[in-house]
Design a protein around this ligand. Structure first.
Ligand code: PMP
Length: 362
């Protein structure tokens, strides 16, 4: 038999993306706290917009996303002409790698950074470069030291997933200013809306020509199932991203729902307030059972156990109780479990279950 046709170098180094696990067989009404989804569900206005869009499903969607970009511009105070929409922010990350990385290029991501940076870098033929973090916090000096004449993209998330930590504004500005000329800094703001008053890096995009911001509708906007994200950068970057973007990448219902969601500031404000309250309940409840976490700025808590073995055992125990959380060994945090902030009853259930697990193990 002949050898199977091989893909480009790097592709077989990619482990397919691992989503959240499901409940143990036979567990009734499992609670999913593994994908940082919005426990409020989708905004009602977005559900209505999807219904209204159904009558036009025989038509192709608009290719320029003008209405959604205008709504994003109004809600976030950004220039709609430089907003580029994608199938989740994952697609914006992929566009950036396709357009700026490729064979011979290096793409920097951090040790505990979101896995799609590495996957998209490899898919483009580029070499991912992992930079260590310090105490689960992004180390700007380490990134600057790792940057070379081959670096084309540097990905950092603020707040970061799965650590929940934030890089101070001045440090982000220092990173942008210190990178080599040919490198773009990508500020991933998937969780930016959870931080009161934070612009996700929009002001830095305005101030510099080497900074791009990515955002999503999957988290606070409650539309993970529709897959909508966006990027914001200088003219030259928006132009490049639109060249690699397919003509009809977003569906009609997705465009309609996102436009309704971004306009509903009351929903977003309520989700931000509830998240802050329940995140504190979760973190304090875990701490009362001897499980520490760093202060989180996002919609999840990174629970730290004594070691990898305890984290694995607790994950299995929670799963047997129908509580699905996210092991993060793949993010070099084997002693941790990432727990999304659910509704109040989910937060209380997980705290209570961790308490029973710890009491049983003691
Ligand atoms: N960036 C970060 C930091 C994330 O955590 C996620 C989702 N887990 C994404 C980007 C991608 O989100 P989406 O493609 O749903 O917009």
């Amino acid at each position: 038999m002949t050898q199977p046709i091989q893909p480009r170098a790097g592709i077989l180094e990619i482990a397919p993306y691992q989503g959240g696990a499901s409940a143990a067989a036979g567990v009734a009404s499992p609670v999913k706290l593994s994908s940082n989804e919005n426990p409020h569900g989708p905004p009602p206005a977005a559900v209505e917009a999807v219904r209204a869009a159904a009558a036009g499903l025989h038509r192709y969607p608009p290719t320029d996303h003008a209405a959604l970009r205008a709504a994003i511009g109004a809600a976030h105070g950004v220039d709609p002409a430089r907003v580029v929409c994608g199938v989740g922010s994952d697609e914006i990350i992929a566009f950036l790698c396709q357009a700026y990385a490729g064979p011979g290029a290096e793409v920097i991501h951090t040790e505990h950074g979101f896995s799609m940076y590495r996957i998209s870098a490899l898919a483009s033929g580029a070499t991912p470069v992992e930079v260590p973090e310090r105490e689960r916090t992004t180390d700007v000096d380490a990134i600057l030291a790792a940057a070379s004449e081959r670096t084309r993209l540097v990905f950092v998330a603020n707040p970061n997933n799965p650590t929940g930590t934030m890089i101070p504004e001045a440090e982000v500005a220092r990173l942008a200013a210190g990178l080599p000329e040919q490198a773009l800094l990508v500020l991933d703001g998937a969780y930016a809306e959870y931080v009161e008053g934070f612009d996700g890096g929009a002001a830095l995009v305005e101030a510099r020509s080497n900074v791009v911001m990515t955002r999503t509708f999957s988290k606070i906007y409650g539309l993970g199932g529709l897959r909508v994200g966006w990027g914001y950068g200088p003219d030259h970057v928006a132009d490049v991203l639109n060249r690699v973007r397919g003509p009809f990448n977003l569906s009609t219902p997705a465009l309609a729902a996102a436009e309704a969601a971004v306009t509903d500031t009351v929903f977003v404000d309520r989700c931000r307030r509830d998240n802050a309250r329940l995140r504190a309940l979760l973190a304090e409840g875990l701490a009362a059972h001897g499980v520490a976490s760093d202060p989180s700025h996002a919609n999840f808590v990174l629970a730290r156990f004594a070691d990898a073995e305890e984290a694995r055992a607790c994950d299995a125990f929670l799963k047997s109780e129908g509580l699905i959380v996210r092991p993060v060994a793949g993010y070099n945090l084997p002693e941790c479990l990432r727990i999304s902030v659910g509704d109040e009853s989910a937060c209380r259930r997980v705290v209570e279950a961790v308490g029973r697990f710890r009491a049983r193990a003691a």
